[in-house]
Design a protein around this ligand. Sequence first.
Ligand code: GDP
Ligand code: GDP
Length: 433
Amino acid sequence: MSNIIAIVGRPNVGKSTFFNRLVEKRKAIVDDFSGVTRDRHYGTGEWIGKHFSVVDTGGYVHGSDDIYESAIREQVLIAIDEATVILFMVDVTTGVTDLDDEIASLLRRSKKPVFMVVNKVDNTNLHIEATAFYSLGLGDLYPISSMTGSGTGELLDEVVKHFDDLPEEENTLGKYAIVGRPNVGKSSLTNALLGETRNIVTSNAGTTRDSISIHYNQFGHEFLLIDTAGLRKKGKVTEDIEFYSVMRTIKTLEEADVILLMLDATEGIESQDINIFRLAEKNRKGVVIIVNKWDLVEKTHKSSKEFEDRIREKIAPFTDVPIIFTSVTEKQRIMKVVEAAGKVYINKTKKISTSKLNDIMLPIIQNFPPPATKGKYIKTKYATQINGRSPMFAFFCNLPQYVKEPYKRFIENKLRENFDFEGVPLEIYFRQK
Ligand code: GDP
Ligand code: GDP
């Protein structure tokens, strides 16, 4: 159901070097969304057609050396719970250290696939030295050099065997997830939806053992609600809440098609909310914004409009997103949320036929072509929607390198005006004919 690689290991073994090699630079999520650390440590990658998320746990350890050990310990435990596959990285040049031993003993108890990755094996002579790590009792060794890339292909070939193929064609049910800061009303909404139906068809479906999805089928709406709010295990994770919530958000984003981002009307949209929004946008997830606790807001005839405008200002340029004002406790507009999410899911999965796309878009492009560059005119021949997890459009022309961002933005707006992609990030490419 989700494809998440967690890289664990002590500092300086080369985790972030390997991470950088793994994530697609173009798609890497540069800005950190926890707002605390600066390093990049979450990104997405692809190997032989399988897409995945990568988390470099090293980026989350801050503070002095003496807290390193307990922090790493904590992260390994979280990774065991949350990741699909764990890469345990060690350094051939130092041999087995005490901390390696300690991490290994945690990982040996895990039921998740663990790959013993011996890094800095820059030349074949070091292969012999790498065998020392068999003593950690984690099975096969994967000697690699993050610096040169050698061995990484063989490793990834094995890793992706544990992953689902995306997109999942067989399951056409939309998967929704409610995300947001603590106390905004996520569990209340989940409960309200469940109160509407006695129809909990499944729990714990899929491959990840602690992911609960609730099958909702009522009033003509059928979807899976991925419940992450209810999963917190009491007393288990205390110290590393930041890393925990990051893992949770990543996992939710991996699994869901449509993110229901819930805000508290009395607090408005805060930087943490915007970070989650950006993450959803970059992951090409559908988004519905819910402004909850609307009952607590002193209302004038224009207050919801003002509120909406303020949100759209903050989430620009991706502003074509439904915003629903709810009061879960007073059961106001809960069905509107379900309807909006359903519509976004349809928008996210719909395919525009090539003929219809060209009938509408070519005349628009003819009337407003990309500006000529260096005296050369850009002629667009045709457009087509590319199959993918979310709507992508390719426009074929003679000089794609001259088509700049503002023009792509213009095309995106025209697509939105003509085809209704509310709530869905779009990707637009200009390609050589
Ligand atoms: P992290 O703390 O585990 O994230 O480790 P880094 O990725 O920051 O790497 C620590 C140091 O090891 C850096 O100086 C890297 O350049 C170096 N390093 C990483 N991978 C390799 C490798 O494959 N071979 C060699 N020789 N050095 C490496
Ligand atoms: P979560 O942490 O996001 O899951 O938030 P909860 O669902 O636990 O809600 C936090 C608190 O807000 C609880 O006391 C709820 O009763 C309250 N709450 C939830 N929705 C509303 C609402 O629409 N209006 C008001 N006034 N309170 C709400």
